[in-house]
Design a protein around this ligand. Structure first.
Ligand SMILES: NC(=O)NCCC[C@H](N)C(=O)O
Length: 405
């Protein structure tokens, strides 16, 4: 199945991209949590068991699961020359500036990780100075450095595959991320969409080298011609303008409307999909906390450019116009303010829809889950004690590659 096809949030999911959390989580420390965008340190063994349960639940429901690490390994296996280019770029982007250290780290990775899969996983894990065995007698920097420190930082957010590149119809947005730590993750997308036979011909609507940031958690495919994008902590309006130009200029894309949802700028609601996801043809989950401040803008093509107008009226009415039928908004936490805030924090609104009316949810959000069941939604419930410490739910942990039309 070559290419990508995601023209809906809810149509039957056929192929999805995940990343199994790996040793990168072992390199989280209390002092680096804030910079690495975690709120606590997950217990890796249990996080992996939970993630495996997520992947198996998807397979049991007819979804093919592919892993980011495997796609990147295939790129390197099929293009032996690319290994060196990738490593050099990876080292540069890891902030290693001196020629001496660039060479030490290149040799360390190249010599100790001959298998491409091991190499890819190691780039995700990070490198501690103690691994490098440098001769301290001929460099001041080595002598004064702490004995144990990360010379190449880990990328613990990789299991949130939703964010660093995002499928839009038959194209992809390779994102410029908000944070330094997450911007490094997009290197895998750059190589996969340049070299992998399944993905190298996919039209690209955004580049990781652009100035303004945008993340996949803000991008929702409402249907084949309407896209919703959050203006959030992670996505700047300038990036949405640029994305709109690129999509409207692609003659093969049927998208003629982009709805920009202006949501509050804070960590709890970092992306649109932390407060709003579609779960059925006429149903969305929503965090009641966004209803007051939310404004929605409609972006459409005009000549060579775009036209933007602010929408007025209730969100249900705005959505009805684009979805083509009356819609119901189901509040996270069942409308109780404390339950809504607690469960939104643990991604109660962040559901992954695998077919109309069937969604994957975290077990811990039992108030929201009960409400969804009462509304006739079928739940695929996955364990979530450790995975949720990274602040993302089933939608954040998955990037659909193919949905049925
Ligand atoms: N789409 C999402 O909301 N993804 C969750 C990303 C969590 C990650 N720790 C982050 O702060 O970027």
């Amino acid at each position: 199945m070559a290419g990508v096809n995601v023209k809906s949030e809810i149509k039957p999911l056929k192929r999805v991209l995940l990343h199994r959390p790996g040793n990168e989580l072992l390199n989280l420390t209390p002092n680096t949590l804030e910079e690495l965008l975690f709120d606590d340190i997950p217990f890796l063994k249990v996080a992996q068991e939970e993630h495996d349960a997520f992947a198996q639940a998807l397979r049991d429901n007819g979804v093919e699961v592919v892993y980011l690490e495997d796609l990147m390994t295939e790129v390197l296996d099929q293009n032996p020359d690319v290994r060196e280019t990738f490593l050099k770029q990876f080292i540069e982007e890891a902030g290693i500036r001196t020629d001496r250290y660039q060479k030490i780290i290149f040799d360390y990775l190249n010599d100790n990780y001959p298998e491409n899969k091991d190499l890819v996983l190691k780039t995700m894990e990070g490198i501690n100075l103690t691994e490098l065995h440098t001769d301290k007698s001929n460099s001041l920097v080595d002598l004064v450095s702490e004995a144990s420190k990360m010379v190449v930082a880990p990328m613990p957010n990789l299991y949130f595959t939703r964010d660093n590149f995002a499928m839009i119809g038959n194209g992809v947005s390779i994102n410029r991320m908000y944070s330094v730590t997450r911007n490094r993750e997009t290197i895998y997308g750059e190589y996969i969409f340049k070299y992998h036979p399944d993905f190298k011909d996919v039209p690209q609507y955004y580049s990781r080298y652009n100035t303004f940031h945008i993340e996949g958690g803000d991008i929702l495919n409402i249907n084949d011609h309407v896209l919703a994008v959050g203006i959030s902590q992670r996505t700047e309006p300038d990036a949405i303008d640029a994305l709109a130009h690129n999509i409207f200029n692609d003659e093969t894309s049927p998208i003629d409307t982009i709805l920009a949802f202006n949501i509050p700028n804070n960590r709890a609601m970092m992306h649109l999909d932390t407060v709003f996801t579609q779960i059925d043809t006429d149903k969305f989950t929503i965090h009641p906390g966004i209803m007051g401040p939310l404004t929605v803008f409609e972006i459409t093509p005009e000549g060579e450019g775009i036209k933007v107008k602010e929408m007025t009226g209730k969100l249900e009415d705005i959505l009805e116009k684009y979805v083509g039928m009356p819609v119901e908004l189901i509040p996270c936490g069942g409308g109780d303010r404390i339950a809504a805030e607690r469960e939104q924090w643990n991604d109660g609104s962040n559901t992954l829809c695998i077919a109309p009316g069937t969604v994957c949810v975290y077990e811990r959000n039992d108030v929201t889950n009960k409400v969804l069941e009462e509304k006739g939604i079928k739940l695929i419930v996955i364990p979530s004690a450790e995975l949720s410490r990274g602040r993302g739910g089933p939608r954040c942990m998955s990037m659909p590659i193919w949905r049925e039309d």
